[in-house]
Write a protein that binds this ligand. Sequence first.
Ligand SMILES: Cc1cc2nc3c(=O)[nH]c(=O)nc-3n(C[C@H](O)[C@H](O)[C@H](O)COP(=O)(O)OP(=O)(O)OC[C@H]3O[C@@H](n4cnc5c(N)ncnc54)[C@H](O)[C@@H]3O)c2cc1C
Length: 328
Amino acid sequence: MRTKKKLSIIQNEENIELYISSIVSGADVRDGKITSLTIYRVKDGSKTIIKGKLFSDSTGDGDAAYYSGADYEVTVNGHMGMTNMWNVRDTGKPASFPDCSAWAIDLADKPFPGRGDTKSIYGQSREMALGGWYWESGMEKDPILFAEYSRDLNLRAMYSAWHTLKNIDHDYENYIINHSSFIGGKRESRRFLGDVILTKCDVHKKYTFPDACVPATWDFDVHYPDSRFYATFTEGAGFLSRDCHEKFDRPYFIPYRCLYSRNIENLFLAGRNISVTHDALGSVRVMRTGGMMGEVIGKAAYVCIKHSCDPRGVYQEHLSELIELMKA
Ligand SMILES: Cc1cc2nc3c(=O)[nH]c(=O)nc-3n(C[C@H](O)[C@H](O)[C@H](O)COP(=O)(O)OP(=O)(O)OC[C@H]3O[C@@H](n4cnc5c(N)ncnc54)[C@H](O)[C@@H]3O)c2cc1C
């Protein structure tokens, strides 16, 4: 229902043309500017070319920016991982689960949250400790090239844990897997480079950028494999994580120059793919912060069209106008 409501708001917006079930699959770039993006409709394989003066990438992995050749960084080993959330429910009657030991991760004598009295990182126990955000993997491998590996490891971890609980421990007798996300939620992959690359140090030093725009209020919250479970992990790959929080004086304002590409002249960025370091991403990657970036680049795009300039030109020539718009 919530999805339907969101969809109808977008569909009723006059200035939005929505290409549903479609992904950006290519970019045409001339003289450092994107002239068009190609989108691929997954349902029927059709392709559409979308031309434009200004483009914005908020695809998480930054596919449009990547195809257009925008500069980026990626932390290949030691980035935050992907979670496929899952949960279980009590059916009130015995429920069996097939033996999947042939391909399961061998957890027979290994601890994991929800098994016996092993708790989650938040101190939750039993079913509340199964399938939360900390069932997270992929942190040691390239987040783009190994995205499917990471999803598969998450699903294997879930089925292996459930097989262990049901068929080895003979626990959770009346429970079934209630929900399992087959699309993983990623936290970190490519970070595209703008005219400023925000660092943790900028934030701690309370450096005030003249183009400060989006308030960040979430701690530096970076995830690592949970050392309590090193012995549980398989093939050197972690699938249970913990969060390390570092506080700062809030709010901190992200500069506008993190929200556009430094080498593709007409490309805005919003969300977890903006111009920050791995550490700084721990704070800026959250949903409402990303949403506010969208508001700012919408206003900046208006300034670009009004003055026939590019995103950098907004900073160089029309910053005061953007600041006035942001007050509205
Ligand atoms: C398990 C989990 C729990 C979390 N909990 C919280 C929380 O409680 N609060 C919070 O604020 N944050 C939370 N986060 C973090 C937050 O959800 C993400 O960091 C945030 O969603 C990143 O937003 P984004 O839009 O930049 O990227 P994404 O969420 O990755 O969204 C990218 C979008 O682009 C689409 N896309 C991808 N590729 C293409 C393409 N080629 N063409 C077109 N579209 C494309 C995707 O389908 C997706 O819709 C959580 C993350 C996870 C994984």
